[in-house]
Ligand binder design. Structure first.
Ligand code: NAD
Ligand code: IPM
Ligand code: MN
Length: 326
């Protein structure tokens, strides 16, 4: 039976890269029963819809969601990002944001907590628009939320090189950092085979650039994970190669590139579809189609030799898949 997948092309280069991803999945021999959802900035500007609750309910019954990118300069910041993408992550409780980074000399994964932190939306204004205005934006860290992300990181490390690094800023964020550190140490005690390390997030930025090979699995909070994973992309061949899985193990999960809608290159053919294609491969892993996922990853090897326009790169991946089958 075909897997039931909801597709959100979204804004900017989103639809361009998603088209290539779907093309590659099909040519890897996996049949998807897709439903396309017209959501994002252009839909919002047309009729005010961001994401209604009925659509979220419908998604709960699907096998997976596949997304391009959302957000556009014509809509005020946050309307689409919070109202669509974060609503999706929060309502479906996609608590793991998994972002793998590979390059000839390194291979590591960032596990970003995906439902809490500064993203939770705590805060507000007082006296907005006056000279005495105040804006606060708190960070929400629950023991439950932190611990399930940390546990996922250790379970993943057991299938890899058995090393987990906590990245935080415990020297300054002494409340959140303390909770994270205690949760991390408690979980670590249950995994005696896994070795651990700790980096402050500022130092982690140095190591990402100078010595990324030290990492196997990194676990970190929502905002640090957001920033670090753009850097991870940049030091692993470029942001156009970096995929994401937003997971709630055992439930409908969502797959998308790390990058955004790139309004600066929309329509030019310069969007690299590899991140979307590899996100498609992560979706196939989730759907149990591990053979096809592996073939797609293999077809995306040596990404530097996949040059050309968005469509040409997609075609080259399809051609490599066909070669594998000879
Ligand atoms: P961005 O990731 O869209 O672009 C940053 C830079 O990377 C740009 O120079 C862009 O041209 C380049 N780039 C991105 N993807 C690329 C690709 N596949 N191939 C080649 N180059 C690529 O980040 P931004 O400019 O800060 O954000 C643009 C919009 O996207 C904003 O509205 C933002 O909120 C949104 N956004 C959405 C997502 C998402 O939907 N998951 C993620 C990040 C940003
Ligand atoms: C990402 C994006 C999103 C985030 C934005 C668009 C809400 O940057 O997926 O990394 O900050 O999580
Ligand atoms: Mn980001």
């Amino acid at each position: 039976m075909a897997h039931r997948v909801g597709v959100i092309g979204g804004d900017g280069i989103g639809p361009e890269v998603v088209a290539e991803g779907l093309k590659v999945v099909a040519s890897a021999g996996v049949a998807l029963d897709t439903t396309h959802y017209d959501l994002g900035g252009s839909r919002y500007l047309r009729d005010g819809t961001v994401l209604d609750d009925a659509t979220v309910e419908e998604w709960r019954g699907l096998d997976a969601l596949y997304m391009g990118a959302v957000g556009t300069p014509e809509v005020p910041p946050g309307v689409i990002e919070r109202g669509l993408l974060l609503k999706m992550r929060f309502e479906l409780d996609l608590y793991i944001n998994l972002r793998p980074f590979t390059a000839p000399a390194h291979d590591f994964v960032v596990i970003r907590e995906n439902t809490e932190g500064t993203y939770a939306g705590e805060g507000g204004f007082l006296r907005r628009g006056t000279p005495f205005e105040i804006a606060t934006q708190g960070s929400v860290n629950t023991r439950h939320g932190v611990e399930r992300a940390v546990r996922y990181a250790f379970d993943l490390a057991m299938t890899r090189r058995k090393h987990v690094t906590l990245v935080h800023k415990t020297n300054v964020l002494t409340f959140a950092g303390d909770l994270w550190e205690r949760a991390f140490n408690d979980v670590a005690a249950r995994y005696p085979e896994v070795s651990t390390a700790y980096n402050h997030v500022d130092a982690a930025c140095i190591y990402f650039v100078e010595d990324p090979a030290r990492y196997d699995v990194i676990v970190t909070d929502n905002l640090f994970g957001d920033i670090l994973t753009d850097l991870g992309g940049a030091v692993s061949g470029g942001i156009g190669l970096a995929p994401t899985a937003n997971l709630h193990p055992g439930q409908v999960s969502m797959f998308e590139p790390v990058h955004g809608s790139a309004p600066d290159i929309v329509g030019t053919g310069r969007a690299n579809p590899v991140a979307a294609v590899l996100s498609g491969a992560m979706m196939l892993d989730h759907l149990g189609e591990t053979g096809a996922a592996e073939r797609i990853r293999k077809a995306c090897d040596r990404p530097e030799s996949l040059a050309g326009t968005t469509g040409e790169i997609g075609d080259a991946i399809v051609a490599r898949l066909a070669d594998q089958q000879v």
